[in-house]
Design a protein around this ligand. Structure first.
Ligand code: SF4
Length: 359
């Protein structure tokens, strides 16, 4: 709360926001119905499709999600198809989207929906939140968009809109400290139909009008309600703390080759990219020293807040050791069919070129 400007106190008055609910939703929905983005998951209120899209949209841009969404729902058109699939196949259809925990949780949740709810999505946000990977935002999105329940949502775009609307200048945490924003979102979401459209409209507004830099306030349907606009502090709100600088890491990846096969390893629980395949890292010195080796190249990649520089070394092995559990000796063609980490896929391409030169 801005203690220097007592007039802002009113902005946290939920009754005041609730009393403006009809006026806000009328203006916002009028704008939305004339400008709504045509997104593939908006073509049907099927909770399965909405759920898949919402999980994909966590951490990933809309444009990037579109193709993945099409491929995913074509391969797994219903929650039953997804539940029946092997996890490796689900990961393969997620390959390249990143944050693979989302895919594993989606798969686990599909199994729960089939086993505990006979394949029918529970129609309340509390039950939805018990599913793996479904947090407060996703539960609110499914409940409001699929079932038109008056549940609030808060994600990056609507958080910015609401923070400006109520002049919320507290540093955003993305978590429980944003409770005042959740409260306002709950106060203004329509009670008598249209909650799903309203929530999607808030997200669209944040995406195309109430942008992080230079918002188009003159074109905004909520300008008359917006406290940050009224007092001229739009460029200071939301108060987003500076991101921590990323940590630099160096690593070595090994491409062991033997008679046209390459050694790949499956990432284990607790590792980045759990469940996906990759090339060995951090192997014992005596193993790394074996066989003829060649420098294949260097790749850079980012993961969480790490910047990784990975040196790739190819090793031609004369005697192939037996593959351990979670390891396989495979041809480049077989590797193509595996769900691979993104650096693993890049290493596989480099190795394939090199492999043909070596054999
Ligand atoms: S008036 Fe400006 S700051 Fe306020 S909600 Fe609209 S675009 Fe955002």
């Amino acid at each position: 709360m801005n203690k220097k400007n007592p007039q802002h106190l009113a902005c946290f008055d939920l009754e005041q926001w609730a009393s403006r609910r009809k006026s806000i939703s009328r203006s916002l929905l009028k704008w939305y119905h004339s400008t709504a983005r045509d997104l593939p998951w908006r073509h049907s209120p099927d909770p399965y499709r909405i759920w898949v899209s919402e999980i994909m949209l966590q951490q990933t841009q809309v444009e990037r999600v579109k193709d993945y969404f099409h491929r995913f729902v074509k391969k797994f058109p219903t929650v039953f198809d997804l539940a029946e699939a092997e996890e490796a196949v689900v990961l393969k259809y997620w390959e390249g989207l990143g944050y693979y925990r989302r895919a594993r949780q989606l798969h686990a949740a599909a199994n729960i929906i089939v086993s505990d709810y006979e394949g029918i999505f529970p129609q309340d946000a509390c039950a939805l939140r018990k599913l793996p990977g479904v947090g407060r935002y996703t539960a609110g999105a499914i409940a409001s968009i699929a079932f038109d329940l008056p549940e609030p949502i808060l994600e990056a775009n609507s958080r910015r809109v609401l923070a400006r609307l109520i002049h919320y200048d507290t540093p955003l945490s993305g978590n429980k400290d944003d409770q005042p924003l959740w409260d306002v979102a709950g106060a203004i979401v329509p009670r008598d139909g249209g909650a799903g459209a309203f929530n999607q409209a808030l997200m669209d507004l944040g995406s195309v009008i109430c942008t992080p830099v230079s918002p188009l306030c003159e074109e905004c349907p909520l300008a008359e309600h917006c406290e940050a606009y009224r007092v001229g502090s739009v460029d200071r709100i939301p108060n987003v703390p500076a991101r921590k600088s990323s940590k630099k890491i160096k690593e070595k990846a090994y491409v062991f080759t033997h008679k046209g096969k390459l050694l790949v390893v499956r990432r284990q629980p607790g590792e980045w990219w759990e469940g996906l395949w990759d090339f060995p890292r951090d192997i014992p010195h005596q193993v790394a020293a074996r066989g003829r080796h060649r420098h294949l190249g260097v790749i850079d990649y980012g993961i969480t807040n790490h910047k990784v520089t990975c040196q790739i070394v190819s090793k031609l092995i004369s005697q192939r050791p037996a593959a351990r559990r979670h390891q396989r000796w495979l041809s480049p063609q077989e590797i193509q069919k595996l769900p691979m980490t993104s650096p693993g896929r890049r290493i596989a391409l480099l190795a394939e070129k090199s492999f043909f030169r070596e054999s």
